[in-house]
Write a protein that binds this ligand. Sequence first.
Ligand SMILES: [Zn+2]
Ligand SMILES: [Zn+2]
Ligand SMILES: [Zn+2]
Ligand SMILES: [Zn+2]
Ligand SMILES: [Zn+2]
Length: 294
Amino acid sequence: MFTSLGVISCYARNRVRRFLVASRARMASSTGLLHSATPPRVPTKHEKCYDPHDPTLKFVDKEDDLDFLYEGFKSLRAQMSCGHAVTPTSLTNWCRRLLDQGESRFVCGGSGCNVEWTFAEVFKMALLTPQENAHFRRTMAFNAARQTHTTKMCPGCGSTVTRENESDLNVLCKKCTAVKGQLFEFCWQCLREWKGAQPRKDRCGNRGCCNQSLETLNKCPNITFDSVKVCPSVRACPTCGLLLEHSKKYCKSVHCPRCNVTFCFVCLKSSSTCLITRCIPAPRQTSIPVWQKK
Ligand SMILES: [Zn+2]
Ligand SMILES: [Zn+2]
Ligand SMILES: [Zn+2]
Ligand SMILES: [Zn+2]
Ligand SMILES: [Zn+2]
């Protein structure tokens, strides 16, 4: 009786692990970014434990559903919104693993469970330290930015398509091609069925196809700082590429809400570098920087 139960739960765990390995391999082959995007894993040296008197937690007398490596965490088990039992450290390790694999959302790893937790729930239940919190938030933002950069929805079938060649706007949907029995290509930029010659980097043959972000960077009005320094009112963040419009109030140093980096709107160097070098207005940007993990 015990043996067969043990085998079942062991099998379920192996399945979860295999799924992770498979998705890791998929990611590596589809984006080629795995190594640059994966921060070194920081092992949780000291186990975090729940306060047994915390009235906001629901403690349960169950196995730790996220202890995939049988580390046997000592903390009391608490119940997540999906019903699975976790300890702060097993939850932290599981979520860190998801982030390491390029995910930007937290889905329960309990067997047969696909419930997505909010970050607020993870933050509370994993007892995230300030360092872990900062790392999680930054990696979530980075992964989400990467996902919107490398995948889009096919206008023909709505499935997620990954672009293989970043310098060609012409993208083939394999699913539509198989269903329709003829080549289905769409434009990565205007998301309409492809028109005209290819490969193209700037636009397809559809009317009005243009890169809105580059258009904005090119055409936005100028603003003036310190009564002499003139620069465009919209800049792409030099670190992550997010378009930011200056409020014209306060100083030329701006903080990017996505990547958390502070830079000078005039010279586009980091604010600390700008302070110690000559601040020369950088020309209008003609490409959007792609966020690279350091
Ligand atoms: Zn669950
Ligand atoms: Zn399609
Ligand atoms: Zn187009
Ligand atoms: Zn940024
Ligand atoms: Zn500057």
